[in-house]
Design a protein around this ligand. Structure first.
Ligand SMILES: NC(=O)c1ccc[n+]([C@@H]2O[C@H](COP(=O)([O-])OP(=O)(O)OC[C@H]3O[C@@H](n4cnc5c(N)ncnc54)[C@H](O)[C@@H]3O)[C@@H](O)[C@H]2O)c1
Length: 440
């Protein structure tokens, strides 16, 4: 099948390359010339394990190309995936829909014949219906454009696997006559033939599935972090507690890792946009609990800053603090709303001399927080540290040898912000190790 993928960021570049990997002819489209040049040259402009290989293999096979030209996209195919960003709007909780609308405004007047736009971006409920109206207004006489929604569930760090073998495919279709299911079945013929559940539903439900999934995951993380606060006050241990409740199949251990909480380009803005949309629909009471989910999450960052100050004798001025991690999670270079960078920034603003190291996210971190000190290696970051904060649970940090690390620092004091270090080994090496939700 021939298809375009409009918006080639984390989602779109992955989707374009993986659709080509499934055997389709794909044209990726973006307004960012540098990104398109990079992708055309076979370089993924962000860190995603396995994606560079898929990209180059399919460029070489001639199944994949990239452009900034919407006219070329309009001629190339009759199926278009829409994967542009929907960030939080400035000064509001709502999603900024400018980019999504711009795609329809720029693409639809150029189309001829019968086209389908499959939305993949995470959007407020009601968006697809609105875009359908816009597309109907803009379409040339004799041209038809159907809008359907096919939300994306990929996880950064596992994006290739999640796109080629997703755990489910969700498709929202309009009530009127629709070709979307037939088209989507052909696009996803391979995963469907391998048994991936393919769920067809109405448009609002499909839009809500995505934000509900993210709201649930955020709630699960904040739940354990809220209990973690009680553990801190009562002498309990959050990791033992999470293990114990996690054995209950109805609860499950996944997403019960207490620590610095969630961040990134999705969960925080998605729960806020969900609340904002519910408010517009007069259903704001339904989601007020998400405000608390957000607040619990943000308090964990404050807690780490507070603990660092306490362990520094009450004053951060001039203290050398090493922050291990800048990405919002391991196996990604994404620093959007990163808890690690938030903590590093707060410590720096409180007067600490902060040295940051991340295996992949240094360039992105420098752009967001140019005033922090970025070390070339983990050893350089740890050199003469008064206190170390593990903020992103990269394997490299989990594997640190407490004895060798102890020889680099001034004071053997570490805060495990992700509850991933073997406490006994660090204590045996003479470290004062502190962790969120535990009394060590
Ligand atoms: N990143 C993820 O893990 C993930 C997972 C599931 C869903 N999503 C959703 O997917 C969407 C995209 O997220 P992302 O992380 O890829 O964002 P991103 O910022 O990495 O990418 C967005 C891309 O869209 C491009 N763009 C903006 N306006 C455009 C236009 N008019 N025409 C063509 N391209 C345009 C930008 O240049 C950018 O390359 C969001 O709605 C997000 O919530 C993301």
């Amino acid at each position: 099948m021939r298809m375009t993928v409009i918006g080639t960021g984390y989602l779109g570049a992955t989707h374009a390359a993986c659709m080509a990997e499934l055997g389709h002819d794909v044209l990726g489209v973006d307004v960012d010339t540098a990104k398109i040049e990079s992708l055309k040259a076979g370089t993924v402009p962000f860190y995603e394990p396995g994606l560079p290989e898929v990209l180059t293999r399919n460029l070489e096979a001639g199944r994949l190309d990239f452009t900034t030209d919407y006219a070329e996209a309009a001629r190339f195919a009759n199926v278009h995936f829409l994967g542009v960003g929907t960030p939080q709007k400035r000064g509001s909780y709502a999603a900024d829909m400018t980019y999504v609308r711009a795609v329809v405004q720029d693409l639809v007047p150029l189309l001829e014949g019968d086209h389908i736009i499959l939305g993949k971006s995470t959007v407020p409920v009601g968006t697809a219906a609105e875009l359908q109206e816009l597309a109907d207004e803009l379409a040339r006489p004799g041209t038809t454009v159907e809008i359907a929604w096919n939300p994306e569930f990929l996880r950064e760090g596992y994006a290739v696997k999640d796109t080629i073998t997703p755990d489910r495919i969700v498709l929202g279709v309009r009530k009127e006559e629709s070709r979307a299911e037939e088209v989507a079945r052909e696009v996803y013929a391979t995963p469907i033939s391998q048994g991936t559940p393919f769920l067809v539903m109405d448009l609002p439900t499909a839009e809500l599935v995505k934000v509900s999934a993210n709201a649930f995951l955020a709630t699960k993380i904040s739940f354990i972090n809220a209990v973690s606060e009680v553990c801190e006050s009562s002498g309990g241990d959050i990791t033992a507690l999470a293990d114990a409740i996690g054995f209950d199949e109805r609860i499950g251990r996944k997403f019960l890792g207490a620590g610095l909480g969630f961040g990134g380009g999705c969960l925080p803005k998605d729960i806020r946009a969900f609340m904002a949309r519910a408010g517009e629909l007069g259903a704001d009471d339904a989601l007020t609990f998400l405000r608390e989910v957000d607040a619990v999450n943000m308090r964990r960052r404050d807690r780490v800053v507070h603990l660092t100050r306490k362990l520094s004798g009450g004053n951060l001025l001039g203290k050398r603090v090493t922050v291990l991690g800048a990405a919002f999670k391991p196996n990604s270079d994404d620093v959007r709303d990163s808890p690690a960078l938030s903590v590093a920034g707060s410590l720096s603003l409180a007067g600490a001399a902060v040295s940051v190291y991340d295996p992949e996210a240094m360039d992105n971190a420098r752009k967001v927080f140019p005033t922090l000190d970025y070390a070339e290696t983990v050893e350089e970051a740890l050199d003469e540290a008064d206190i170390v904060v593990l903020a992103t649970e990269w394997q490299q940090f989990r594997d640190l040898d407490p004895v060798a690390t102890g020889e680099l620092v001034n004071n053997k004091v570490i805060i495990d912000g992700r509850n991933v270090l073997p406490v006994q080994a660090w204590q045996d090496a003479g470290w004062n190790i502190q962790a969120l939700g535990r009394n060590l």
